[in-house]
Design a protein around this ligand. Structure first.
Ligand code: MG
Length: 469
């Protein structure tokens, strides 16, 4: 019955009822699962070259799917990056980016504005079941929670897991520097777990948070196998403070950071196994990625950007290029994908794959990657990346070329802000670590990137800032 109603919602385009056979199953609208980590660095997975973190499930997912080596986020810190993924728009367009407060805090009054359209809203209107599990960080007041933004349900910590901090506990940064296995008492961080709009636990028992998020995700998939769904699973970890459940603690030679990533990896395996067991694997696109680069301030408790420069908070590659794996057995060809993509591309890509129109009354910064995913083309429709920090455009990439107009180190540490009268220029395919400024040799390319940046900035309209309310 549910399937019948869904078919009515989608019209004849996708209408194939059970019993129509294998080919019919393939024409039902696809499910989408986004697994979004917090502060996981470009170099933190086995399949992205980490030498001592074990990620067998993600490695297998990458073997069966696509490992994207040049995939970016819309901002280098949590709140704006999440706004970008869910709306397909740069956060500078929806007020979710600020110089004074770079993310939302427990005393913030703002959030993702109601008029913004999320992936969940667009798909829900077209018959999808939708769930947000995990970190939200787009406004924790009632009017901004996921159930106000297109999600049928929500269960998770509404902001970062290091917030609502109590006094009288050891300094986490100092402890982290001393001990790669350290974890703090959960009472130090009085973060709540919210179910839809009600607080159901406080402080959240963060030791089991990754495990419980995975269990909720599996439960949602099993409960919605008869209709198309969009699952947004946003892990709070490996953002500090780090916690792992008993069965993962002290299992990784990398210390607690490795324990945490291995537990997330195990959860990915459980989700993919559930999709296989329920017969949904061949009709589900799973995207695994991270919201920004590693928080390098926390010694071994922070991740690694691998060969990329800097980390969380910065507009160097280490802040905004993230480890990404996409999986859809039978539809996307297994390969290493070196073309450009960003989290903002997910909205138009999912809409295209689901046969849902994209909003035409606003500027979208995403591109439809579906043809690239399916191998119908080898060139990404995305050729540019814009690197905003706070309310300023720091850098722009076009093809392999990246110009920095302003540079600044990562969150909490690193070089101070510097405005460059003459932009720095890097060829980031030949020089992914951004070591060799070649601006003097390529004035024509610098000029082209300056013009591109100016044209882009002219498309930004002033909006009310949500992070400084
Ligand atoms: Mg983050």
């Amino acid at each position: 019955m549910t399937r019948l109603l869904t078919c009515l919602a989608f019209g004849l385009m996708f209408c194939n009822l059970p019993g129509d056979g294998q080919a019919a199953e393939k024409s039902t609208p696809p499910n989408f699962v986004v697994i979004f980590c917090d502060d996981l660095g470009y170099g933190d997975l086995g399949c992205f070259g980490h030498p001592s973190i074990s990620t067998p499930q993600l490695d297998e997912m990458a073997d069966e799917g696509q490992r994207w080596t040049q995939f970016y986020v819309g901002a280098s810190v949590c709140t704006p990056s999440r706004a970008a993924l869910l709306t397909g728009r740069l956060p500078i367009r929806n007020g979710m980016m600020s110089a004074r407060r770079r993310v939302l805090f427990p005393d913030s009054k703002g959030g993702l504005p109601a008029h913004e359209l999320t992936i969940a809203e667009l798909l829900k209107k077209n018959g999808y079941a939708t769930a947000a599990i995990g970190k939200w960080h787009l406004g924790h007041r009632s009017e901004f929670l996921p159930t106000e933004h297109g999600f049928d349900s929500y269960w998770g910590i509404p902001y970062s897991n290091d917030m609502d901090r109590e006094k009288g506990f050891p300094n986490y940064r100092q402890k982290a520097a001393e001990d790669p296995h350290y974890f703090s008492p959960i009472e130090q961080y009085q973060v709540p777990i919210i179910h839809n709009k009600e607080v159901v636990e406080k402080p959240a028992n963060q030791h089991t948070i990754t495990k419980r998020y995975t269990e909720k995700a599996v439960e949602f998939i099993k409960g919605n196998r008869e209709q198309p769904f969009f699952l947004y699973l946003a892990h709070n970890l490996p953002h500090i403070p780090l916690y792992a459940s008993d069965s993962f603690l002290e299992t990784s030679p990398r210390g607690i950071y490795g324990d945490v990533v291995t537990e997330i990896d195990h959860g990915v395996g459980q989700i993919l196994d559930t999709l296989k067991e329920t017969g949904l694997a061949e009709n589900t696109l799973v995207v695994f990625t991270s919201d920004n680069g590693p928080w390098l301030l926390f010694d071994t408790h922070g991740g690694s950007a691998g060969l990329l420069r800097e980390g969380k908070g910065a507009t160097f590659e280490g802040g905004m290029r993230v480890p990404t794996v996409m999986w859809w057995p039978g539809t996307i060809e297994p390969k290493v994908q070196t073309e450009l993509g960003t989290t903002m591309d997910l909205l138009p890509t999912f809409c295209s794959l689901a046969g849902v129109g994209i909003p035409e009354d606003r500027v979208l910064d995403g591109h439809d990657l579906s043809s690239l995913l399916k191998g119908e083309t080898t060139e990404s429709p995305r050729q540019d990346v814009f690197y905003w920090r706070s309310e300023q455009l720091y850098a722009v990439r076009s093809g392999p070329w990246k110009a920095h107009f302003i540079t600044e180190g990562c969150y909490g540490i690193g070089p101070k802000k510097k405005v460059h009268e003459s932009p720095e220029l890097y060829q980031v395919e030949q020089d992914p670590s951004e070591k060799y400024n070649v601006a003097a040799r390529h004035p024509d390319i610098v000029k082209r990137l300056v013009d591109l940046a100016e044209k882009h900035k002219a498309s930004i309209e002033p909006v009310e800032n949500q992070l400084t309310k």
